[in-house]
Each structure stands twice: as structure tokens, then as C-alpha cells.
Design a protein around this ligand. Structure first.
Ligand code: NAI
Ligand code: 15L
Length: 276
């Protein structure tokens, strides 16, 4: 992959699991990266990359980091279910700072959204990317907020954004649910490259899952707009992990899995009550 635009790309959450993978792989693709995270970067810096420790809740720091960048790949923040007060700073306020910086720089935003923005859809009914947002916790709610922030900044300010609704991006699937949700690191990297380099994106949503034929929950998104299609698949892991399921009916019923079951306090759900 050849570098076409010499301006740097800001990568937040660089010290996290996906950030470290992408930092290495995108540098190998020739990109100039500006890495940032609240935690130290644990690896040797990739070629051409710089790293700055910063809190996403610090708006001035985020504006400075984004100066001169062509795109912001935004992975930083709380990545699991946590109490509301812990989510607010990094995932809501931090997201606002990212979008203000993008507006000022004319940069495109790639937002690491999550399947937990739609976690309460039932697995039995595949959904399109424009299905109703049904967050399964405060974390999922922050991802739904992030996607809506993208809409606002596109329609009001022309800030382009690609919202990658990631399923489960790990080295390999570890349970039956991940046969549907798994996104390989290589497919993720190719998607990020296409999302940054695509000519025009508007504000769009793409399912972040590999070509997992064994179970299909997600369809109809904006992948054609950026020219991306997954090349890997969880199918080869079916024999190994297909039997690994929980004994929790809420976890097994909904796409968000265990996040739906966390703190669930409702009486038995009504079959087919969901909209969309
Ligand atoms: P991670 O938890 O390993 O990385 C997140 C990074 O954000 C951490 O390095 C953390 O230090 C940093 N961070 C947290 N609060 C911060 C703050 N206030 N200021 C600056 N940095 C802060 O998560 P992972 O797995 O690498 O995920 C990356 C992104 O992708 C996250 O936004 C996550 O929600 C999203 N995602 C990941 C999925 C996956 O399967 N790995 C699935 C769906 C979404
Ligand atoms: C996510 O959004 C989390 O960041 C990740 O750690 C996994 O739990 C993933 O979703 C998943 O649903 O498997």
C-alpha cells in the first residue's frame, strides 16, 4: 500500500490492544502516525511515528494533537461496560473533543464503534446497519452517542466520518458467539486503510466483522462506498469453539451477549417486542 497523502494520521487509544496492532500495521503500510493514549505506549515506536501521552478529556491537548492531520482513527476510551460516571469523560466528552478537532482540521474521523450500540437485537433476526440503535449498557450507549455525533458533525459541519461497528477483534475467536462477531486484525487494518483513503464517505456505518459464514447477524452497510470487503473468516474455528456457549439465556439470546446480561434486572423479555 503506497502512501498517497503525506499528512499524519492521529491514532488514539494507541496503547490498547487494537491500537498497538494498528500502529505497527499502518506504519508498515507507509503511514506517518501520531500516536496518543493516557497510558504509556508499551512497544518500540514504529518508523515515522510519535507518541504523546494525553487524556481525551483534555480538549486543548486533543486540538494540538490533531493539528495538520488528515484523519483521526479514534480507538481511545473505555472499551467495556463500566459505571456511567467512568464512561462520561473518555467516551462522551473525549468524543466531543475529537470531533471539534476534526472540524478545525478538516480531518475525517474513523470511529471505533461497537456491536454493543445495537446489542439488544435478537440474534435470530439479522439486521442492517440502519437498524434501530439498541445499546446494551452505558458503554454501548456511548458508542451510539458517538455514531450520532458523527451524523451531527457531517450534516452541520461537513466532517466526514466512518463508524466501524466492531464485533470482536481478537487474535482468534474464543467462543461460539465470536463465530458471528469475529473481525481479524488483518481485515480491520484493511478497513481502516480503505476508510481513510476512500475519496468520499459522508457519515456512514460499516459492520466490523470478517466473512463469517457460520453465523451471520449483520448485513447491508456502507462497505462498497469505501471499497472494502473482508478476506478472513471465523469458519475454520467452528469445530474448536462452536460448543463454547454460556448457560445464561439473556447472553445467548441477544447480539451483545454477556454485556446484555450484565446487571439485567428485567423480568423475562417478551418474544418479538423489538422494533426494526
Ligand atoms: P483497549 O481498552 O485495549 O484500548 C483502549 C485504549 O484507550 C487504552 O489503551 C486506554 O488506555 C485508552 N484510554 C482510555 N481512557 C482514555 C482517556 N481518558 N484518554 C486517553 N486514552 C484513554 O480496547 P481495544 O480492544 O483496543 O479497542 C479499541 C477501540 O475499539 C475501543 O474504542 C473499543 O471500544 C472499540 N471496540 C473494540 C472491540 C474489540 O473487539 N477489541 C469491539 C468493539 C469496539
Ligand atoms: C466490545 O465492544 C469490546 O470492546 C470488546 O472487548 C469485546 O467485548 C467486544 O465488544 C465483543 O462484543 O466481543
Amino acid at each position: 500500500m503506497a502512501e498517497t497523502d503525506p499528512r499524519p494520521v492521529l491514532l488514539t487509544g494507541a496503547s490498547g490492544a487494537l491500537g498497538r496492532e494498528l500502529a505497527r500495521r499502518l506504519a508498515e503500510a507507509g503511514w506517518t502516525l501520531r500516536l496518543t493514549d493516557i497510558a504509556p505506549f508499551p512497544d518500540a515506536l514504529p518508523p515515522r511515528a510519535t507518541f504523546t501521552r494525553a487524556d481525551l478529556a483534555d480538549g486543548v491537548a486533543v486540538l494540538k494533537l490533531a493539528e495538520g492531520c488528515r484523519a483521526i482513527v479514534h480507538l481511545g476510551g473505555i472499551s467495556v461496560e463500566r459505571p456511567f460516571e467512568e464512561i462520561v469523560g473518555p467516551n462522551l466528552r473525549g468524543l466531543y473533543h475529537i470531533y471539534e478537532a476534526a472540524r478545525r482540521e478538516g480531518a475525517r474521523v474513523l470511529f471505533a464503534s461497537s456491536n454493543h450500540a445495537v446489542g439488544f437485537h435478537e440474534r435470530a433476526r439479522p439486521i442492517a446497519a440502519d437498524a434501530q440503535l439498541l445499546p446494551d449498557g452505558f458503554y454501548g450507549l456511548s458508542k451510539a452517542f458517538g455514531e450520532m455525533m458523527g451524523r451531527l458533525y457531517w450534516f452541520k459541519h461537513g466532517v466526514e466520518n466512518v463508524n466501524i461497528r466492531i464485533g470482536s477483534s481478537f487474535p482468534e475467536p474464543v467462543n461460539a458467539r465470536m463465530l458471528a462477531t469475529w473481525l481479524s486484525y488483518a481485515d480491520l487494518t484493511r478497513m481502516v486503510v480503505r476508510a481513510v483513503e476512500a475519496k468520499a464517505t459522508g457519515s456512514c456505518v460499516i459492520w466490523g466483522a470478517s466473512a463469517n459464514a457460520a453465523m451471520t447477524w449483520w448485513k447491508d452497510d456502507a462497505r462498497a462506498l469505501i471499497g472494502w470487503a473482508p478476506e478472513d473468516s471465523s469458519d475454520g474455528f467452528a469445530a474448536k469453539v462452536g460448543g463454547i456457549v454460556s448457560d445464561d439465556p439473556i447472553e445467548e439470546r441477544y447480539m451483545g451477549g454477556g454485556f446484555c446480561a450484565l446487571g439485567y434486572s428485567r423480568e423475562a423479555p417478551v418474544q418479538g417486542e423489538l422494533f426494526g
